[in-house]
Ligand binder design. Structure first.
Ligand SMILES: Cc1ncc(C[n+]2csc(CCOP(=O)(O)OP(=O)(O)O)c2C)c(N)n1
Ligand code: SF4
Length: 252
């Protein structure tokens, strides 16, 4: 009998520790599917962060080098420069990439480091208990913005993808979501295109993935998927933000 659905080869046979409905597990799976499809399991090197995905190395069956919080772009730069034939990707939350790691990320992008960032935006600091992140939307209550985020006091939701699109070293940036089968398919295509950009030596590529965190959003999984469509993607619109390849993104 023909097998039409199976665990990707590069996804270990381990049980995810993520909460039910969490987007990290979907992002892991589609990234592994892309690694398999591109045939790069033996040369892919992932750089996971502190955060809920801190144990990503238990799941990806590729070489992984853990970085300190926010330092993914710097660690990945070293790996890629030492092993230019490898396919290097960082896997970073929004607390990681858009707060403590802003400097490393912006300068790695500006230098056009030939690597790929998978940027998981769930609009909070997930692992540490749902504190406000730079990506938290105005009016949203978190443990550190109990009355709702107010721009005047707490700043405004930061749009890292749009900022990074401004610098010369970035070649491809797309925002996707993992909240529906159609969006998951688009997210996978975007990750594939970002990896292909790196394989072609085009510079820094990034896929921002809007990802549900039902636990800290205090919603059911289904409510959190709807919230991405109805609220989050209004603040963070989905689509290609920058593409210097000249080829039409097959994600759209
Ligand atoms: C240098 C440093 N500062 C703070 C922390 C504490 N810390 C661990 S995870 C985390 C936030 C994670 O949030 P995010 O990056 O958005 O990832 P998520 O858990 O939501 O996936 C923080 C502040 C740390 N590990 N290291
Ligand atoms: S706290 Fe949020 S981001 Fe962390 S595993 Fe649970 S649902 Fe996922």
């Amino acid at each position: 009998m023909e097998k039409i659905f199976a665990r990707p080869k590069s996804l270990k046979k381990a049980v995810f520790h993520y909460c039910p409905g969490c987007g990290h597990s979907i992002a892991h799976r589609i990234t592994c599917e892309v690694i398999d499809e591109l045939g790069i399991q033996d040369r892919a090197i992932g750089v996971p962060p502190p955060g809920c995905s801190v144990f990503a190395y238990y799941y990806f069956d590729v070489d992984m080098v853990e970085s300190a919080h926010g330092r993914g772009a710097a660690v990945a730069t070293g790996i890629k420069r030492a092993y230019p034939e490898s396919l290097v990707f960082t896997y970073q939350g929004d607390g990681d990439l858009s707060a403590i790691g802003t400097t490393e990320t912006l300068h790695a992008a500006n230098r056009g480091e030939n690597l790929t960032a998978l940027f998981i935006n769930n609009a909070v600091y997930g692992m540490t208990g749902g504190q406000m992140a730079p990506t938290t939307m105005l009016g949203i209550k978190t443990t550190t913005s109990p009355f709702g985020r107010e721009g005047k006091y707490e700043g405004y939701p930061i749009k890292m993808s749009e900022i990074l699109a401004q610098v010369q070293g970035t070649c491809y940036i797309e925002r996707v979501a993992v909240n529906s089968p159609a969006n998951i398919r688009k997210a996978k295509k975007a990750i594939k295109k970002a990896f292909q950009c790196q394989m072609e030596g085009r510079g820094y590529s990034l896929v921002e993935i809007l990802s549900p965190c039902p636990t800290n959003w205090k919603m059911s999984a289904i409510e959190s998927w709807k919230w991405i469509d109805n609220v989050m993607s209004k603040e963070f619109p989905l689509g290609v933000i920058k593409d210097t390849t000249g080829s039409k993104s097959d994600a759209n």
